[in-house]
Design a protein around this ligand. Structure first.
Ligand code: CP3
Length: 354
């Protein structure tokens, strides 16, 4: 495979010296880009973009072709996994993801199984094709949802809920929720290892809804399963280390616990000061984040100020990957994303002097 021309992102995750702070954006291939909207129109729907490796490759490369980003991320969705389990994923225009057959009663939960990975072959094919398309410019990140985050969609049957269906089950029949989480964990280990075997050069776990849990429930129902995943991964491939990132949105209260997961880096949302996060985790992990995506709705001057605030709060030295605190919004003017990326590259050099 192609040798990496820019490995700044990988070095920052491994807390090795870099010349500047690397940057990428969650949801960097998405609706704020006119070329993405065009591809989506041609494909017919979001899911056909995901399920066709040619389209998935095309849209993964769009932000890389447009901006000097330091990493690319596989274009797919976390919900392809429960889809492969037979839950029937569909998207209704403007309403987000839904499942035809949610795992919301004892029979359906008992019937859940680890799916055959051939059902997700289109993802592995996309990873291989994207690696060829990137041609070594930057690393490719593979990803998954966390067991808990996938379970919220599987039980609730849709997004945008208050999680009361799954929480009721968690408090009244915890063994049923543990069964879902164990199946998700076994599936995710196979899924991520197949992404790594296909060419993913770093992996990220999106625990988007871990922050909805109480302290004890977070440890028992989300963190402990992510720990099993990290220890089940092939973390070396072709002689290089595959760094891992864990992102619990709303998880700033539990950084000390997350730092013991065995992951190389933790993602931060915008609610926490990255400097105090750094002092709390010490030299255990790198940090990724954490600008409020809404900053990108402002103007280049305001964006530069926010970038500087985050860089200076993190301070000197390696171990920081700049990112947004959650996905870029569809209302972002593309030139504002360019302003952020350039500001990170320029303003961060002074924090990396030898
Ligand atoms: O970051 C990237 O560019 C890679 C692609 C990616 C997508 N989804 C594409 C997408 C990644 C990493 C995801 C992860 C994902 N998907 C998460 C975890 C991250 C997070 O946002 O918390 C979650 C919770 C999902 C589930 C999901 N997919 C939702 C709730 C939605 C609807 C919300 C929305 O923004 O419309 C999606 C759809 C989705 N996934 C889109 C994209 C580009 C928009 C689809 C479209 O209409 O074109």
């Amino acid at each position: 495979m192609n040798e990496l021309q820019n490995d700044t992102f990988i070095r920052a995750l491994l807390r090795q010296p870099t010349e500047y702070t690397p940057v990428w954006m969650m949801r960097q291939a998405g609706r704020y880009l006119p070329e993405y909207r065009e591809s989506r129109k041609t494909a017919g729907s979001f899911l056909s973009l995901c399920k066709n490796p040619d389209f998935a490759t095309e849209v993964t490369l769009q932000p890389i072709d447009r901006y000097p980003l330091d990493a690319s991320i596989l274009f797919s969705d976390i919900l392809t996994v429960p889809d492969a389990m037979g839950l029937g994923l569909y998207f209704e225009e403007g309403e987000g993801p839904k499942f035809e057959f949610p795992a919301n009663n004892e029979e359906r939960i008992a019937a859940l199984e680890v799916p055959d990975m051939s059902k997700l072959q289109y993802v592995f094919d996309a990873v291989k094709q994207i690696r060829m398309g990137i041609a070594g410019r930057v690393p490719l990140i593979g990803f998954t949802g966390s067991p808990w985050t996938l379970a919220t969609y599987m039980v609730e049957g849709k997004g945008g809920t208050d999680f009361l269906t799954i929480k009721k089950l968690m408090y009244s029949r915890p063994e049923l929720v543990h069964r879902i989480l164990q199946i998700n964990t076994d599936t995710i280990i196979a899924y991520l290892n197949a992404q790594i075997a296909s060419g993913a050069q770093a992996i990220m776990i999106f625990d988007s809804w871990g922050g909805a849990l109480s302290h004890n429930a977070y440890i028992e129902f989300s963190l402990n399963y992510m720990r099993k995943i990290i220890s089940g991964l092939t973390l070396e491939s072709n002689g290089s280390k595959i760094p891992s990132i864990v992102f619990t949105k709303g998880g700033g209260l539990w950084l000390e616990q997350q730092a013991t997961l065995g992951a190389d880096a933790l993602g931060l949302d915008w609610t926490i000061d990255i400097g105090s996060a750094r002092r709390r985790v010490g030299d255990k992990v790198a940090l990724q984040g954490n600008m409020d995506p809404a900053v990108l709705l402002s103007d280049p001057n305001s964006i530069e100020k926010e970038v500087e605030t985050i860089l200076s709060s993190y301070g000197k030295g390696t171990g920081h990957v700049f990112n947004l605190g959650h996905g870029i919004t569809q209302w972002t003017p593309p030139e504002n994303a360019a302003a952020m990326i350039n500001a990170v590259h320029e303003l961060s050099k002074k924090y990396h002097s030898p």
